[in-house]
Design a protein around this ligand. Sequence first.
Ligand code: GTP
Ligand code: MG
Length: 370
Amino acid sequence: PPVLPVSSLSNHLQVSTQRLMRDLTRLGFKNVSPSYLLTFEYSSLIAEEYGYRVHTDSTSVASPQKPKSSQANAPLRPPVVTLMGHVDHGKTTLLDALRKSSVAASEHGGITQKIGAFTVPFDKGSKSITFLDTPGHMAFEAMRKRGANIADIVVLVVAGDDGVKPQTVEAIKHIQSADAPVIIAITKCDRPGLQPRKVIEQLMNYGIQAEEFGGDTQVVSVSGKTGSGVDELEAAILTLAEILEVRSSPKDQLEGWVVESCVAKGVGSLATIVVKQGTLSSGNFLIAGNSWGKVRSLLDVNNKRVKQVIPGQAAQVLGWKELPKAGDHVFQVKNESAAKEVLADIARRNGAQELYQLAESHNKQLEEQR
Ligand code: GTP
Ligand code: MG
């Protein structure tokens, strides 16, 4: 079990070492010095004395929920679909083709650097899909991981002329660990001499079995440039969403995820949230990670002001006390005082977790010195 010197604990609890030593002596510890080692159990008891609540099970973090059977009667909702793949393989161009717009052209250096969320209507607006675009650049692994976790379905984009590359493999790892259903889009099929079959064979080495080889993964050849195959891809997504029965009731408890956040000039802290369950409304009190806010206004992905956001859609939310982080879990509380209470509890839990990590790393150092 990890141990911690008094000096580190005092630092962590933000009390003076003198005071902590005095208190320890009062509690019956003998010959206390700043380097006196406390077991984690003692450290936690003492932390509690100072008003910290210590849960050792606090390491479990919230993660997106798969549809529950209790939602069987809930209405279908738009699927949240994340595009993933190696850098420059054509994700943003494909998304542009799907939403008949142009983002790729306006990107700095043609490289996506954040998760973009777009809700695209299909079938004359009777159906829609919310797409999350992710960057393929090596540096943005955390975003890809998040994208896979939030998704109902992942579209893995592989350029037909380049095949499976390092971030393709990395994306597959995240897809598999998130247990996300996947569709393969082989892009740039307008280019001559493409061999989609080769890509399919490469993917088999990573456990992805195409339908035409007796597996259950749909593979669609597309071109974001000419638009060929884009309708088939859209149909493949909608079919899979139906099979998966992506459902959730607008009356459920709100659950969402922050996909990106920033401080916008003249507007303040702004977070893009994907609602997976329940309804997000103006005036709601929300917790996101370590921040809370009262929803001052909601903007849809086209920057249009809306009153409500239903499950399966994304929106930009204003009204945060502090900027939430991408990846934060979002839920609703009754009012301001409930928000503060929940956050205080979260802070205490984080404190306990840090304490544990501190003790563990101290232990490691001791072992290395031996
Ligand atoms: P990152 O976001 O940086 O990972 O890149 P991306 O996967 O979004 O690729 P992007 O859509 O920005 O396209 C990269 C380059 O490939 C651009 O020059 C596109 O014009 C080109 N490209 C994308 N799709 C196609 C396609 O279907 N056909 C052809 N010929 N070129 C394409
Ligand atoms: Mg891109």
